[in-house]
Each structure stands twice: as C-alpha cells, then as structure tokens.
Design a protein around this ligand. Structure first.
Ligand SMILES: CCCCCCC/C=C/C(=O)SCCNC(=O)CCNC(=O)[C@H](O)C(C)(C)COP(=O)(O)OP(=O)(O)OC[C@H]1O[C@@H](n2cnc3c(N)ncnc32)[C@H](O)[C@@H]1OP(=O)(O)O
Ligand SMILES: NC(=O)C1=CN([C@@H]2O[C@H](COP(=O)(O)OP(=O)(O)OC[C@H]3O[C@@H](n4cnc5c(N)ncnc54)[C@H](OP(=O)(O)O)[C@@H]3O)[C@@H](O)[C@H]2O)C=CC1
Length: 281
C-alpha cells in the first residue's frame, strides 16, 4: 500500500458509475484508504453486487448505493438528497460516461444526446448539485473529473465524447476559480488505456495494441486509483483547476517527430547506419 492506510479517514466520496470499471476501482481504493462511499449508476443489481463485494473484502466498508440516470437533472437532485441524508460527501468523482465508435456524420440526435447527456450534462448536474450544497453549508469539497486524451486533442470517431470531456475540462478550470473562495477544489485525470470490459468492447473491438505507447503497456488500475486518491487528499490541497495525464507517454508520442514511433524499435545497427548516413556538416 503506497499511502498511509487512513489517508481518506473521515472523508466521504460519491463516485458516479462506481459499480463497474474504473469507477469501481477508484471507489474501492477510497474505501481501502478509510473513506465512506456512495456509488450511483442506472443498474441497481450491479451497484449492489459491488457494494456487497466491498463489504466482504474490506473490513468496516461503509457503502451506500443509489440508482440514478444522471442524464435527468431531477433524478440527480433526488439522488443527491438521498446521499446527503445518509451523510454529506466532501468528494465527488465524475466518472460515469457514455461512448462508442461511430462515423460522426451518421449519428442521430438521440445518439449525440446519449453521450453528451451522460458525460457532460450529467457531470454538470452532479457538480452543481454538490457545489451548491457545499457552499450553502460552508463546507469544503473536491470534484475529480475523469477525462480522456480526446478532451485535449480531439477524438475522431468518438467526437461527442471528445466534445463532452473537453467541456468537463472547461468546467474544472472555470469552477476552480469561481468556487476557490469557498474552499472547493476541482481537479481532473486524463487516462490513456486502462482496460475495462466496457471500454474494450466499445472502443477497441480489435483488441488493445500498445505500439503507440512509449511505456509499451496499458495502465494498471492501481496506477490510476492512487493518483485519484492523492488528488482528492489534503496532500493535494493547493492543486485546483489542473489535470494530470496518465497515458504512458502516448499523447506526446503522437506529437513527436515523424518516424519517432518506428525509431523506438530501431536496433543499434540501424542507429549506426543512420549515423553513417548523416553528413558531418
Ligand atoms: C481499453 C481501451 C481504452 C480506450 C479508452 C478511450 C476512452 C474511453 C472512454 C469511455 O468513455 S469508456 C466508457 C464506455 N462506457 C459506456 O459507454 C457505458 C454507457 N454506455 C451506454 O449505456 C450505451 O453504450 C449508450 C448507447 C451510450 C447509451 O445507452 P441507452 O440505452 O441510453 O441508449 P440507446 O437507446 O441504446 O441508444 C440511444 C441512441 O444512440 C444510438 N446508438 C447507440 N449505440 C450506437 C453506436 N454504437 N453507433 C451509433 N449510434 C448508436 C441509438 O441508435 C439511439 O439512437 P436512435 O437509433 O434512437 O436514433
Ligand atoms: N477504460 C479506459 O481506458 C478509459 C476510461 N476513461 C473514462 O473512465 C470512466 C470509466 O470508464 P470505464 O470504467 O472504462 O467504463 P464503464 O462503462 O465500466 O463505466 C461507466 C459507468 O457509468 C455508469 N453510467 C453510464 N451511463 C450512466 C448514466 N446515464 N447515469 C448514471 N450512470 C451511468 C455505468 O453504469 P450503468 O450502466 O449501470 O449506468 C458504468 O458504471 C469514463 O469516464 C471514461 O470516459 C477515460 C479514458 C480511458
């Protein structure tokens, strides 16, 4: 365990989409580090199975589950009232998202709305609902939003997701300023490839390939959850409005010089040939 076991003792986190994938891993790590937890999603059975697993695996795990489609602002308000009734959280993780591969010019309005409604609007409803409650109660809080690399550089064939995640980044930067005087921090993580059942099925139908990743591997969930725990902890208390990319160097390789990806695999002999070909002056 990299952190002091009680790093998040006395804290309470609401993790949207905490029943599966990365949200589940983040939620589990927070509970291991002493936080009490609320998770929400559309499928009660999935949420309950996750909560039961945490209770069985982590002594003293305090977990509540909340069925909610975050695309519906009234449902989000009702869910937040429920969460607050159990105990007010001071951490929100905007993790729930929707995404699929498609040719953008063929998307229906409902398809665009399915992605923007969850990833951007849902996160906005949750953030504003938590922020309003924290400000009214004069209570500090932290919002951690899970982005994608496409928020920073666009995402061909996942354009609505890229648009939504770029919006989340704008929200993080805007509210870091607006809510700073209230002691509310907003931070974000832009993950590269961290395999989950949903992401592989929807976005990597041909399997996961690491050739475009300088570290030559996928991210491990622990590497993301430890970063998340640090960012919401008091150790990151002076960080707000910022985001951290965790992608094994993928984003920088795509912006590197032409041929850099192939050069990563050149042999000493190929480098010697290149040296011999290069004129001295
Ligand atoms: C290891 C690889 C890593 C790569 C990582 C890259 C970054 C990762 C980003 C992620 O976000 S991964 C998270 C993925 N998880 C999810 O998407 C979970 C939630 N998703 C869903 O629930 C569905 O996929 C959904 C379609 C987004 C929403 O489901 P819902 O039941 O609400 O909608 P539907 O009624 O099924 O559809 C609404 C509308 O959308 C059209 N549509 C659905 N799928 C597609 C598709 N694949 N292509 C084009 N259009 C699609 C559907 O036809 C409906 O439109 P109309 O037909 O009614 O016009
Ligand atoms: N895996 C990866 O490599 C990467 C993931 N990410 C981001 O990480 C996050 C998690 O992705 P991942 O774990 O892979 O995918 P999952 O599909 O496992 O996670 C999405 C979660 O969101 C919930 N959810 C979806 N729609 C709604 C909704 N309308 N209302 C409430 N909850 C909803 C789902 O539960 P339910 O269906 O029950 O509602 C599910 O638990 C996302 O933000 C994604 O963009 C970013 C970059 C890379």
């Amino acid at each position: 365990m990299a952190f002091a076991p009680g790093l998040l003792q006395g804290r309470r986190a609401l993790v949207t989409g905490g029943g599966t994938g990365l949200g589940r891993s983040i939620a589990r790590r927070f509970v291991e580090l002493g936080a009490s937890l609320a998770i929400c999603g559309r499928r009660g059975v999935v949420l309950e199975a996750t909560a039961e697993a945490f209770r069985a695996e982590i002594p003293g795990a305090d977990v509540t589950t909340h069925v909610c489609d975050i695309r519906d602002p009234a449902a989000v308000e009702a869910m937040l009232d429920d969460v607050w009734r159990a105990a007010p959280p001071d951490i929100l993780v905007n993790n729930a998202a929707a995404n699929f591969l498609a040719q953008t010019h063929k998307l229906s309005g409902r398809a665009v709305d399915a992605v923007l409604g969850t990833t951007l609007h849902g996160a906005a409803y949750c953030t504003i609902g938590c922020g309003r409650r924290w400000i009214e109660a004069r209570q500090p809080g932290v919002v951690l939003s899970i982005l994608t690399l496409s928020a920073l550089q666009g995402g061909a064939f996942t354009a609505p997701s890229a648009m939504a995640k770029a919006g989340l980044l704008a929200m993080t930067q805007s509210l870091a300023v607006e809510w700073g005087p209230h002691g509310i921090r907003l931070v974000a993580i832009a993950p590269g490839t961290f395999p989950t059942e949903a992401a592989v099925a929807r976005l990597r139908p041909g399997g996961v390939d690491h050739s475009g990743v300088p570290l030559r591997r996928a991210g491990k969930h622990d590497e993301l959850t430890d970063l998340a725990a640090f960012l919401v902890s008091d150790h990151a208390g002076y960080i707000t409005g910022e985001w951290v990319v965790a992608d094994g160097g993928r984003r920088l390789l795509s912006g590197a010089r032409a041929g850099a990806q192939e050069m990563l695999d050149w042999t000493d002999e190929q480098w010697a040939q290149q040296r011999a070909r290069t004129p001295a002056r």
